[in-house]
Design a protein around this ligand. Structure first.
Ligand SMILES: C[S@@+](CC[C@H](N)C(=O)[O-])C[C@H]1O[C@@H](n2cnc3c(N)ncnc32)[C@H](O)[C@@H]1O
Length: 252
């Protein structure tokens, strides 16, 4: 086992389960009403809602195209973050009810009445069977240790014809290969957004630099630094051809 893999499997989970909920809660409280951050979301993702994911406008379109053509939906979002995406999905005509789960416990001040948020740890939660028509998870799967067990639990929570849509990125080939090995056991379609993701990070870099003064003048220096570090990591992984991004659609 490589050192990186060892650290990812040992210290990473301890750090994130101890400090993650509080860190994310404070972050979302800060960005929720920030005009600068919402402007950044609009220019980067093409949405006016507050999100903390890595969806390019192309990936967002793909996501919404996949869910708007369906009948009435009872939906579960895993790792809803600041909740902007959940609120958008909740407002769709075909969404009857949406439940969001995130260990930060963050609940946006304004949200549609059919959207409900709960604090819980995805690594520990179990769901009742056949409850949801759609379960999705956007960039919140990284810190889950027992991924196979969670996927099985998710599939068990889906109604017949239900789908689980998962967006995630990999910054090294070892991680990607391990995940592809794991999902061989499931009925899953894979959509490769790696090229689009490369453009997304380069656009993100230019945009963040152009907005540096706005971020810093609005007490968002820590958010700026966090984003800068993330951009550096993904840009360098793309340069070394180690980065990849996918949407996986699982069915029973
Ligand atoms: C990168 S953010 C993605 C936010 C969101 N999906 C969006 O579209 O804006 C990752 C989120 O996953 C949540 N998370 C990470 N590990 C978790 C766990 N084990 N249980 C519940 N939530 C978790 C974090 O609190 C954080 O809000």
């Amino acid at each position: 086992m490589s050192l990186r893999k060892f650290l990812n499997k040992t210290i990473g989970p301890i750090f994130w389960s101890s400090y993650g909920p509080d860190l994310f809660f404070k972050l979302y409280t800060k960005i929720e009403d920030s005009k600068v951050f919402l402007d950044y979301c609009l220019k980067l993702h093409g949405t006016t809602s507050c999100t903390f994911n890595m969806l390019s406008p192309t990936q967002r379109d793909f996501f919404f195209q996949n869910i708007t053509n369906k009948e009435k939906l009872i939906v579960l979002e895993l790792g809803h973050g600041p909740g902007g995406l959940a609120c958008e999905v909740g407002q769709l005509n075909n969404c009857e009810k949406l439940i969001g789960i995130d260990y930060s416990g963050f609940i946006p001040k304004k949200h549609p009445r059919n959207v409900h948020f709960f604090k819980n740890d995805l690594g520990k939660i179990n769901f009742e069977s056949k409850q949801f028509d759609l379960i999705y998870c956007v960039d919140s799967f990284y810190h889950i240790q027992k991924k196979e067990r969670l996927i099985k639990r998710i599939l068990n929570a889906l109604n017949e014809n239900g789908e689980f849509i998962l967006f995630c990125s990999f910054t090294n080939e070892e991680e990607r290969i391990d995940f592809f090995e794991l999902i061989k056991k499931f009925n899953v379609q894979t959509f490769d957004f790696t090229e689009d993701d490369r453009d997304y990070w380069s656009k993100n870099d230019n945009l963040l630099k152009a907005m540096e003064i706005d971020f810093k003048a609005n007490y968002l220096s820590d958010v700026y630094a966090m984003r800068e570090k993330e951009i550096e990591k993904f840009k360098s992984a793309h340069k070394n051809q180690e980065a990849s991004r996918f949407c996986f659609i699982f069915k029973n």
